[in-house]
Design a protein around this ligand. Structure first.
Ligand code: SAJ
Length: 417
């Protein structure tokens, strides 16, 4: 089959880069997003998110006429669903965006079309949620149309490169569905296209992120233990990782983002009691802001605390599920005067780090943004009320800070003061 026109449903961190790469490789793309202002921005050749190389690609794709955005889908050869799958307050997968995307597609669906679900979903969602919705069109997903689950696996900040280079799992609802999806992605994917069934693909994606979450929980537990027994967890990790079969992860103030902090709960929801380690790891990581608060209380019992960075990871503008926001709220609840400086987040980027630090009793490195690599510690000290630093990422130049007169503390270090 030749794909002439495709529709990409959802123009966020995954949908927009995906749409753009197809457009760049000769397929006409209609990007669909329910938010009119997002469509307007894209149709002007501009973007609404921060991601390296994306802006130029979108500009070119729109200019060439290969990429357009609209709030409604149109007839196409293939539909790729890239909508969010958030989590509810009681830790259940919210599949409502997948359902509404399927409902928008159903009226324009015709025999022979391919529908791909890229969003991360709970086990069996393709079979139990997506297919029944699509079949409301009167077309059978076994005979008339083709369905596949091909989960996105790219890392924010490196999306364009990883979309092309990463291996991709192609989970067909039927064998023919998998083959067609493989054909479509081979337009720009240079990695291996691994064919399996849709439910296996769902589990692969969930376990990739669960693996990371469980390992980060182990690192966070190690940090807490090291603080108790008086060793430095970062040194333990550094040397343990010299073993050829050991790959300890890094501790931190918690796990954020819309993936790792969320996906393991999808497994727990389905597997219940059987998912013991997975649930416990989630709780360990969710408990880290509280642990950091404990350390802050010890170092600076009161006053103003400035958090350096509030995104869920370095050098991105994304604050979704960020543990730093949780820490900020905990600080406020505990009577501190809390503030955030983050050069990547408009709301917290005004003024300079030094202006924001005025009168603070403690500065906490909460996100290891590149900008924080070369802080002028003498200037920072002059601004602050007390010269105290807590590094939760092992990323500050604490040698320099100490020379400038700072008392430095490190998460996971039981010897730091
Ligand atoms: N983190 C630690 N310690 C570590 C590594 C990470 O505390 O050793 C924290 C980070 O600070 C951050 C969180 O984990 O808060 C997650 O960041 P990340 O960079 O590990 O991952 P994400 O959420 O940006 O992207 C992940 C990726 N999955 C894996 O690496 C297995 C990506 O490939 C997926 O596409 C993405 O989830 C997704 O969409 O599911």
């Amino acid at each position: 089959m030749k794909f002439n026109q495709i529709c990409v449903m959802g123009l966020g961190y995954i949908g927009l880069p995906t749409a753009t790469l197809f457009a760049k490789n000769g397929i006409r793309v209609l990007g669909v997003d329910v938010t009119q202002s997002i469509c307007d921005t894209i149709n002007k050749g501009e973007i609404h998110i921060e991601e390296p190389f994306l802006e130029e690609l979108v500009r070119d794709a729109v200019k060439s006429g290969m990429l357009k955005a609209s709030v409604k889908p149109e007839r196409a050869d293939a539909f790729i669903i890239c909508v969010p799958t958030p989590i509810t307050k009681d830790k259940k997968a919210d599949l409502s965006y997948v359902v509404s995307a399927a409902r928008m597609i159903a009226p324009v669906l015709k025999k022979g079309d391919l529908v791909i679900l890229e969003s991360t979903v709970s086990p069996l969602c393709t079979e139990e949620v997506l297919v029944p919705e699509l079949e409301k069109s009167g077309l059978s997903a076994k005979e008339d149309i083709f369905v596949a689950h091909c989960p996105e696996r790219v890392l924010p900040g490196q999306i364009i490169r990883e979309l092309k280079e990463n291996n991709k799992i192609i989970g067909g609802y039927t064998e023919k569905g998998a083959l067609l999806a493989k054909e479509l992605y081979s337009v720009f994917v240079e990695g291996e296209l691994c064919i399996t069934d849709a439910t296996t693909a769902e589990m692969c994606k969930l376990m990739e992120n669960t693996y990371r979450d469980v390992n980060i929980a182990l690192a966070n537990e190690l940090a807490i233990i090291c603080e108790q027994i008086g060793v430095n967890a970062w040194e333990v990790i550094k040397y343990a990782n010299k073993h050829p079969r050991v790959r300890l992860h890094m501790p931190g103030p918690g796990v954020g983002g819309h993936c790792i902090a969320v996906d393991p709960w999808f497994v727990v929801e389905r597997a219940g009691e059987a998912a013991k380690i997975i649930a416990m790891s989630r709780r360990t990581n969710d408990g880290m802001p509280q642990h950091v608060l404990g350390r802050i209380r010890h170092i600076a019992p009161e006053g103003k605390v400035l958090l350096l960075g509030c995104t869920y990871k370095p050098d991105v503008d994304d604050t979704r599920e960020s543990p730093v926001i949780a820490l900020y709220e905990l600080l406020e609840k505990s009577g501190y005067e809390a503030d955030i400086y983050d050069p990547h987040v408009e709301k917290y980027a005004s003024g300079s780090l030094y202006e924001k630090a005025a009168g603070a009793s403690l500065a906490v490195l909460s996100v290891n943004h590149s900008e924080f690599r070369d802080i002028d510690y003498a200037r920072l000290k002059a601004a602050m009320k007390e010269a105290k630093l807590l590094d939760t990422r092992n990323a500050l130049d604490r040698g320099k800070a100490k020379k400038a007169g700072f008392a430095c503390y490190l998460l996971g270090d039981g010897r730091d003061g």
